[in-house]
Ligand binder design. Structure first.
Ligand code: GAL
Length: 446
């Protein structure tokens, strides 16, 4: 009925345009009439989109999963999406660069220009709440949680980190562990070194390796230095004091933090000199290639090692970063629904797959993470990820700085600026002063 009226108007306009042209009404009137016809068609399409909740024919999903291990995981989940929704074209708008360093800048520009993708990757925690929710850029998803029964299968630890005022804002696809020490088992055994469990044992091991001419610790570009830094803060302070740094209960100018920064300074002495020009994959690869003994990286490194055809416990081993045993420093990738998603229904279809057991079982074993859902089939996962599942279930859980859990974007940026200066001048006192200032300017120390 609705459509019929519009077609009638459209036909009348077309007839009118023909009459005007035939009567020598001139090009201008004819053009105007045609324009009016086009507008009527566009208006009709727009009204149809409104009533159906957006066109379903494509979905543009934004992430930073382009590189080794990461792209393969995403492709596996896209495979599930294509099977379930063969009529929706999937547009993979991934921007290269580990930890989203480039992608998040591109996303910010797009959001500012009012050109959001249909869904994007965002970390559970302050990155989500302090950035996208604070700016009113994403929609609450409580309706989807109810519809899909997700409250029964998503971990209780996670829901508060993706919620504000009773609204849930994203769909977590995984749990990653940040505080993992990857090592080359052959290098350690050839040098008579046991896997270190404390910072002191680790320093002793790295002294011995350095004396033997082996690069003790592989590191990459600056965000990987921040990743290393947060694990050393945790190792030095323990989980309670580490958490207090992010709530403002422990001052960044305290003596405990001085010790943590000195430890970090010392750890940096064992790293490769070309770190700033290496991606996280390059740095991790030094370990499996036998060119470095250790690397501290999140467990997406395992997805990469597998993609390279490396064997767990042969080509690489793992342990909690020394001094962090019993603590799981976590982060979670999640997907969001923007306000004004260009293809809202298709975006919801993507979110349904991202939150589904099938989607998560396809994605996580390849990505090198465990499911956010609690009901995935354990036997689909390799030895490392099974151990991560056990630790996630039993350890004390704390959040990652580099990957969006504990600090909002502006605070993290200030910490990153201070870190950049420290990597160049290695002045612990100045670093501590800058970190203290950062908490006062952008953190809870205000
Ligand atoms: C993290 C992200 C991981 C992985 C990593 C390296 O921020 O949560 O899934 O992509 O960056 O790029």
């Amino acid at each position: 009925m609705f459509k019929k009226t519009h077609w009638t108007i459209l036909s009348l306009l077309l007839v009118l345009s023909v009459i005007l042209t035939a009567c020598g009404g001139g090009a201008t009137e004819a053009a105007e009439a045609t324009e009016a016809g086009t507008e009527a068609t566009e208006a009709q399409a727009a009204t149809e989109e409104e009533t159906t909740g957006g066109s379903m024919n494509q979905v543009e999903v934004f992430s930073w999963w382009t590189g080794g291990g990461e792209a393969a995981g995403l492709e596996a989940m896209i495979g599930v999406f294509r099977q379930r929704y063969p009529d929706i074209e999937f547009i993979n708008a991934a921007v290269a660069g580990g930890a989203g360093t480039n992608a998040r800048a591109v996303l910010a520009t797009r959001l500012q220009a009012g050109d959001p993708p249909d869904s994007w990757q965002g970390h559970a925690g302050q990155e989500l709440i302090g950035t996208y929710v604070a700016a009113g850029q994403i929609e609450p998803l409580n309706f989807l949680y109810e519809q899909e029964g997700w409250l029964e299968v998503m971990p209780e630890t996670l829901i508060p980190l993706i919620s504000q005022d009773g609204n849930i804002y994203s769909v977590p696809v995984n749990i990653h562990r940040a505080n993992v020490l990857w090592y080359n088992p052959t290098i350690l055994s050839e040098n008579g070194i046991a896997v270190p469990t404390t910072l002191d044992e680790w320093f002793a091991a790295m002294d011995a390796l350095q004396a033997a001419g082996v690069t003790p610790l592989a590191m990459g570009e600056q965000w990987t230095a921040m990743h290393l830094f947060e694990t050393i803060l945790l190792a030095s302070l323990g989980p309670d004091a580490y958490n207090q740094l992010w709530t403002g209960e422990l001052g960044w100018d305290s003596p405990e933090v001085t010790v943590a920064l000195q430890n970090f300074d010392r750890v940096l002495n064992y790293t490769n000199s070309d770190a700033s020009s290496l991606t996280w994959q390059d740095a991790a690869q030094l370990v499996v290639n036998g060119d470095a003994a250790f690397n501290v990286m999140g467990d997406w490194a395992e997805g990469y090692f597998r993609e390279l055809g490396m064997q767990p416990n042969v080509d690489y081993g793992w342990a909690p970063v020394p001094g962090t045993n019993g603590t799981f420093q976590f982060l979670s990738d999640s997907f969001v629904l923007p306000v004004n998603a260009p293809h809202r229904d298709a975006a919801i279809a993507w979110l349904i797959v991202a939150g589904s057991r099938e989607g998560q079982e396809a994605f996580n074993p390849v990505k090198g993470s465990i499911c956010a859902r609690t009901d995935c089939d354990r036997s689909l996962f390799g030895e490392y990820l099974q151990s991560a599942m056990d630790d996630w279930a039993t350890n004390v859980v704390v959040g990652s700085l580099t990957h969006g859990v504990v600090a909002n974007d502006s605070w993290k940026t200030e910490i990153n600026n201070a870190l950049g200066i420290f990597l160049a001048d290695r002045n612990v006192a100045n670093f501590q002063a800058a970190l203290t200032q950062a908490c006062a300017t952008s953190g809870p120390c205000r």
